[in-house]
Design a binder for this molecule. Structure first.
Ligand code: GCB
Length: 645
């Protein structure tokens, strides 16, 4: 037994850099004169498998006919987590569930084009069939996947889509969890456990689309941008990949016509690339992309129109995407956008809401952005997984900077298999988000157990892999082990640390916050000589609980905890290398059941219903004061309540 343990430990130290599969295509589905998009969102039919027999549906081929022929079905909304929809214990179901629905494909789609089926995200693992034929399998929540279904569809007729979704997390999934069989009152039951602090919501979380492309089509567009030193001239570099038979015909030289339009729809640059599928567009008197409150018109976006043309100028395909022109740079002290130093003031967040769990909800998304702007935040971290593509587009539009985090949280028990999946999660994330101007940093993990020996090589491999995919953005991870133990920081560009003074340590001691925060930030900076962010701090707060003097869980306590941190941050800002403060959390959110959580994690500045707690008003004053001091933004009229002249 001891020898086995030693062997496992040694194996975890020998990690090799194996290739991971590369994502292809997956441009966000958009209509154009050559493309059509249809949503398959709505009410689907749903069956849960027997927990003790999760593969029964596959063995019995439930996908071969309507699910209702194999089992009684219940209605299930898509997109949504399935957990909180019913009134029974579906919430805690472990293992597979099944969805199906019917849909029509118009006759007109049969004509000389290709049809794609695309999922915005299914958590955690998905298997998909169309009309009983296997289409695609995908592992990893919060990230899109797609497959061509042209030859599987019935045109001008009814079709059926079936999805099996598995929420089980084990030691080699991202994130990790454990499945155990434990005795209960009826015999034995399967239990899912995990150490991370948010509920493992599951299901078809984001929209399902069918979309068409021409036979030869624009498969990928990659955009990078640059600004001249005086910020007057902008460059947009684009490179396009084409898929389809026309691309292989020797006498057909495909080329790209790229047009860049400003917000008013005026053409500001264009280029035709002869025989090449990429090029450069130069914009004079450019309007750079600026973060919210750093410029009167933040989030300026151009529209890039990519036209794929054949030798005879026949238009094969058109795809349009938004482009923000900006530069990023960083060194040992600071992080700059368009040559200006950035101080992040924002939040750690969750995609989480009553009833719908982690399901995409446009009303919630718009409300959240309204609150971010109301409170004067300029950034958030997509703790602890990639957020919806729709929210990334919103962040682009509103100038909200994003630290884009992959789904690796509480990473431990490092293994070759885990490394492969972790790298794959980053590959999929970067492929999806690389064109967003709002994405300014990659976060490769949250609170990984970086004190262990194997964390050293593991995170070096993960960070180098990330850099090999995108060297234009810095890399961070939110670390919680003390700097004296950490082994990952040397592989990062920016150090983020999470710490809960007066909450998890020295509970209730408001007099033990400020100096501890200052000391720890200085220690991290001394240790690694890199810019430092405090990526989490906060206190659970029950809305409506008031206690004077402040007492843990009260609104007064959260307000005081914030204020004591602000004092530390202002001291640290003077040092030059302290570049950001992120409250944990934007809103209250659901967790696994635990005696430390009352209905979930209550560290929100907003309630789960997105209403402000008392501390929100204080935070708002600080974030706007920072905006005024650093970037001369103006104050909203209602920031201060009139008291006396
Ligand atoms: C952390 C984690 C976050 C938790 C938070 C807390 O350090 O990163 O996921 O929710 O602490 O409130 O305990």
């Amino acid at each position: 037994m001891r020898i086995m343990g030693l062997w496992r430990f040694l194996k975890s130290l020998i990690l090799v850099n194996k290739e991971v599969p590369q994502t292809r295509g997956m441009l966000y589905p958009r209509e154009s004169e050559t493309r059509e998009v249809r949503s398959l969102d709505g009410i689907w039919n749903f069956v849960r498998s027997d927990q003790a027999n999760p593969t029964q549906g596959v063995r019995d081929e439930w996908y071969a006919k309507e699910l209702s022929k194999s089992r009684p079905t219940i209605p299930m909304p898509v997109p949504a987590s399935y957990n909180d929809i019913t009134t029974d214990n579906l919430r805690d179901h472990v293992g597979t569930v099944w969805y199906d629905r019917k849909f029509f494909v118009p006759r007109t789609w049969a004509k000389d084009q290709r049809i794609w089926l695309r999922f915005g995200s299914v958590h955690y693992e998905a298997y998909v069939w169309i009309n009983g034929q296997k289409v695609v399998k995908h592992e990893m929540g919060h990230l899109p996947f797609e497959a061509e279904v042209t030859d599987l569809l019935n045109y001008g007729a009814e079709n059926r889509i079936t999805v099996m979704c598995d929420n089980a997390l084990i030691q080699t999934t991202v994130p990790q969890g454990r499945i155990t069989e434990v005795p209960n009152d009826e015999g034995m039951t399967i239990v899912q456990s995990y150490t991370f602090d948010f509920f493992n919501y599951a299901g078809i979380h984001r929209s399902v689309h069918l979309y068409t492309t021409p036979r030869t089509f624009i498969e990928e567009v990659e955009v990078t941008t640059n600004l001249s030193k005086d910020a007057s001239v902008g460059d947009v570099f684009y490179s396009v990949s084409v898929n389809g038979s026309a691309a292989n015909e020797a006498d057909n030289v495909l080329h790209i016509q790229a047009n860049l339009y400003d917000k008013e729809g005026i053409l500001v640059a264009n280029a035709t690339s002869d025989g090449k599928l990429g090029g450069q567009l130069q914009v004079n008197q450019v309007k750079p992309w600026w973060p919210y409150l750093m410029h009167p018109k933040p989030g300026y976006l151009y529209e890039l129109e990519i036209k794929l043309l054949a030798t005879n100028e026949e238009l094969l395909d058109v795809y349009r995407l938004k482009v923000g022109i900006r530069t990023l740079s960083w060194d040992k002290k600071q992080f700059l956008i368009n040559g200006k130093p950035i101080y992040f003031r924002g939040f750690g967040r969750h995609e989480d809401a009553d009833i719908r769990g982690k399901g995409l909800d446009n009303a919630l998304m718009v409300r959240d952005f309204n609150l971010l702007k109301w409170i004067g935040a300029n950034s958030y971290r997509t703790s602890h997984y990639p957020y919806s593509e729709e929210s990334m587009q919103f962040a682009d539009e509103h100038g909200i900077m994003i630290i884009d985090e992959c789904p690796s949280v509480d990473t431990e028990n490092y293994s070759q298999e885990l490394l492969g999946k972790h790298k794959s999660s980053l590959e999929q994330l970067i492929h999806r988000d690389r064109n967003h101007p709002s994405v300014v940093m990659w976060s490769i993990a949250n609170e990984p157990r970086t004190g262990s020996m194997s964390a050293d090589s593991y995170f070096e491999l993960v960070a180098n892999f990330t850099r090999s995919l995108d060297s234009s953005r810095p890399i961070t991870a939110a670390i919680a082990v003390p700097h004296t133990q950490d082994k990952a920081g040397r592989s990062l560009d920016i150090i983020s640390f999470n710490r809960y003074n007066a909450w998890y340590s020295n509970t209730g001691r408001l007099d033990m916050v400020t100096q501890n925060v200052i000391d720890e930030a200085i220690a991290w900076n001394k240790h690694y000589n890199k810019p430092i962010i405090m990526s989490e701090y906060g206190a659970d707060t029950l809305e409506g609980l008031h206690m004077q003097p402040a007492y843990v869980w009260s609104e007064e306590f959260q307000t005081e905890v914030f204020s004591r941190h602000f004092k530390a941050f202002d001291e640290l800002r003077k040092k030059g290398w302290f570049i950001g403060e992120f409250v944990w959390n934007f809103a209250d959110f659901k967790t696994a059941q635990s005696y430390t959580r009352v209905g979930g994690n209550k560290k929100g500045v907003f309630t789960r219903a997105r209403q402000p707690k008392a501390a929100a008003h204080l935070l708002r004053k600080r974030y706007f004061a920072l905006g005024r001091d650093l970037d001369q933004c103006s104050f909203p009229e209602d920031l201060y309540t009139y008291i006396a002249t």
